[in-house]
Ligand binder design. Structure first.
Ligand code: WT7
Length: 633
């Protein structure tokens, strides 16, 4: 599967465009199938309908676990580094991970889980999170992992949307010096979720919890039952390549988050192929991705991609700056990490601490670096290259999305010539096009436009859970016969791609995707708020910050207190990750005569660029603009 030189890349790319089915068939042949497909690909982007390897039978966990047992059973699959560096780390070999996954799949079954059920997982970064994910997959249940930083309300929305019948959680979580009462958050969420029959709770922080009779059970007790019953194996459920593997919720420009659906066969092939190629993973290498399994990066590049390739994957429970800003480098040193994959926001944050945290850290094991989540600006690129990679490690800047399942535009380490700030070239099988406002394709190089993809790839989303029409309108209706990414993009004179950021009302804050409409809805829940408008502004560390313009006419007291109240509301409704960085109280919002908020003007003001606001003559009351300008933060 591995591309070893640039001419090989060019050849593979050409083949993937001219004979896509043959190309992906040969890749898919490297995986373990119980039965091969009836048809490699059928598709149209109108409905849309996308099927890869239909009729093939498999279980992804046989690819991630069983098939490695004979040759690599004793090799570490997961190395777990706890939040507190003075506590013991854990290593799970492939055999141990296999045993634990089988055991927990049996626990799920004992608790009524069956193929096709939706199971919500709300856990911190502990090995049992990966075990829970894989156990669901082994049993054929569809997992819906919710990031540990989301609020009870966000969790409830997701559980209701997917009609989950089981929740898996822990008593608590800990990140840096912060404790998260996870079970209590789940209890709050479940008040609204009658579909949930069982809650399985792992002991982790020993935070006191209340257990509801008949509904809540302890992970450890359930494991004991399996041991008493003498059950060791769990025969993996046979899945069709197009059966759902998981749902992962992500924000868009309108409404509530949508459940992006990935299926078993195509996703597996794509995550494995892109992992092996972009990072040129070699047996024995230690790979550390700093993401959380609550996001797609963790699904594809902590769990499924690496494990399907027999890699050793490091899972880290904590945060980059605790107990100090050298934590990542301690971990690299401790486990002799070879491949280190992180986010631009983390790089910029660590960069701001200077060189001191690097002192005495041996980073010589590193051979490849990666970045994901937002554009990697040149300053951060060079710091990463010089200080961390010592100018000998390629930086793999991977552009992709929750919806794409895996890397789309990305260098192949030591194969693709790099350019700072560029995601470089499309991987084989990916056919990007740039389009103008009218949806016309912009040909040639040295051009910019909206980034679309014109041909299906195995890892792409199939639908949005429970609402296929929403999938169609969000991704396939803006431009005919194209998948629209929501990103703006430049293709330079050499045909290299540079992502310039979202062109819709979606913010990218520290690599987290946040819908402006969602934040506005949360702010508007506050009793004294009449209306609000949220935009992004450039932020040194986070990439983008959240700037809220809030109409709050009866706010007469201390504005600082009112700001705190509103922040609290957003935290309660969505989660701390969506909290505004700046809140400006305004008397009115700039609206057109038809009542539409002119966000363009607010964006300019938030950016601090008030010199050229463009045409404001269509505004209902141009006067409000002066007021807003005067009060800008
Ligand atoms: C959006 C997708 C894919 C996992 C992490 C985020 C932005 C992602 C890059 C990159 C520039 C990037 C895009 C994209 N993005 N990677 N290497 N360079 N921008 O997943 O939450 O689905 O967000 O993140 O704007 O559309 P996500």
């Amino acid at each position: 599967m591995k591309i070893k030189s640039f001419p090989e890349y060019e050849q593979a790319y050409k083949k993937s465009v001219e004979q896509p089915e043959q190309f992906w068939k040969e890749i898919a042949d490297n995986f373990l199938w119980r039965k091969k497909w009836d048809k490699i690909l059928s598709w149209n982007f109108t409905e849309p309908k996308i099927e890869w390897f239909k009729g093939a039978k498999l279980n992804i966990t046989e690819n991630c676990l069983d098939r490695h047992l004979e040759t690599m059973g004793d090799k570490p699959a997961i190395i777990w580094e706890p939040n507190d560096p003075t506590e013991d780390h854990r290593v799970l070999t492939y055999k141990q991970l296999y045993d634990k996954v089988c055991q927990f799949a049996n626990v799920l079954k004992n608790n009524g889980a069956k193929k096709g059920d939706r199971i919500c997982i709300y856990m911190p970064m502990v090995p049992e999170l990966a075990i829970a994910v894989l156990a669901c997959a082994r049993l054929g249940a569809i997992h819906s992992v919710v990031f540990g930083g989301f609020s009870a309300q966000s969790i409830a929305d997701r559980i209701l949307d997917a009609e989950c019948n089981i929740v898996i959680t822990t008593d608590g979580g800990v990140r840096g010096d912060k404790k998260i009462p996870m079970k209590t958050v789940i209890d709050d969420a479940l008040v609204r979720c009658p579909s949930v029959q069982k809650v399985i709770v792992l002991t982790h922080t020993r935070t006191p919890v209340s257990m509801i009779k008949g509904r809540d059970v302890w992970w450890e007790d359930e494991i004991k039952k399996i041991e008493t019953q003498g059950k060791k194996e769990f025969i993996a459920e046979e899945m069709d390549a197009e059966d759902m593997l998981f749902i992962l919720y992500t924000s868009g420009s309108t409404g509530k988050p949508k459940g992006v659906v990935h299926t078993c066969g195509g996703y597996m092939v794509y995550a494995g192929y892109t992992f092996t190629n972009a990072f040129q993973y070699e047996p024995g290498e230690v790979y550390f991705c700093t993401a959380d399994i609550g996001w797609i990066t963790g699904h594809s590049y902590i769990v499924y991609g690496p494990l399907s390739q027999g890699a050793t994957t490091v899972m880290f429970e904590g945060v980059p700056t605790w107990p100090d800003a050298g934590r990542f480098w301690d971990i690299v040193d401790k486990y002799k990490v070879n491949i280190f994959y992180t986010a631009p926001t983390a790089i910029r944050s660590l960069m701001s601490f200077g060189d001191e945290p690097l002192n005495g850290k041996d980073l010589s094991s590193l051979t490849k670096l990666g970045s994901v989540g937002e554009p990697l600006n040149e300053e951060a690129w060079h710091w990463f290259d010089e200080r961390i990679g010592k100018k000998k490690c390629p930086i793999v800047d991977t552009w992709w999305q929750t919806e794409t399942g895996g890397f789309m535009i990305s260098p192949i380490a030591n194969v693709t010539p790099l350019k700072p700030g560029y995601a470089t070239l499309p991987l084989p099988g990916v056919q990007p096009v740039l389009v103008d406002e009218k949806g016309e394709e912009i040909q040639g190089n040295g051009v910019s436009g909206n980034l679309c993809i014109k041909f299906p790839w195995p890892g792409m989303l199939r639908t949005t859970y429970g609402d296929h029409e929403r999938c169609r309108t969000t991704y396939f209706a803006t431009y005919k016969d194209l998948y629209f990414t929501g990103d703006g993009c430049l293709r330079d004179e050499d045909g290299y791609y540079r992502i310039t950021g979202r062109v819709d009302d979606v913010l990218n804050v520290s690599g987290h995707r946040i819908g402006t409409a969602e934040v506005e809805n949360a702010i508007n829940m506050h009793s004294s708020v009449v209306e609000s408008a949220v935009v992004g502004y450039p932020h040194d560390i986070k990439g983008q910050g959240v700037y809220a313009f809030v109409v709050c006419p009866n706010q007469h007291g201390d504005p600082e207190l009112a700001r705190k109240d509103i922040m609290m509301t957003v935290s309660r409704i969505i989660g701390a990750i969506a909290k505004p960085d700046k809140i400006q109280f305004v008397t009115g919002l700039p609206k057109t005569r038809s009542g539409k908020i002119m966000r363009r003007i607010l964006r300019k003001i938030a950016e601090g660029d008030t010199s050229n606001l463009g045409d404001i003559s269509t505004l209902l009351d141009p006067g409000v603009v002066e007021d807003i300008k005067a009060g800008a933060l």
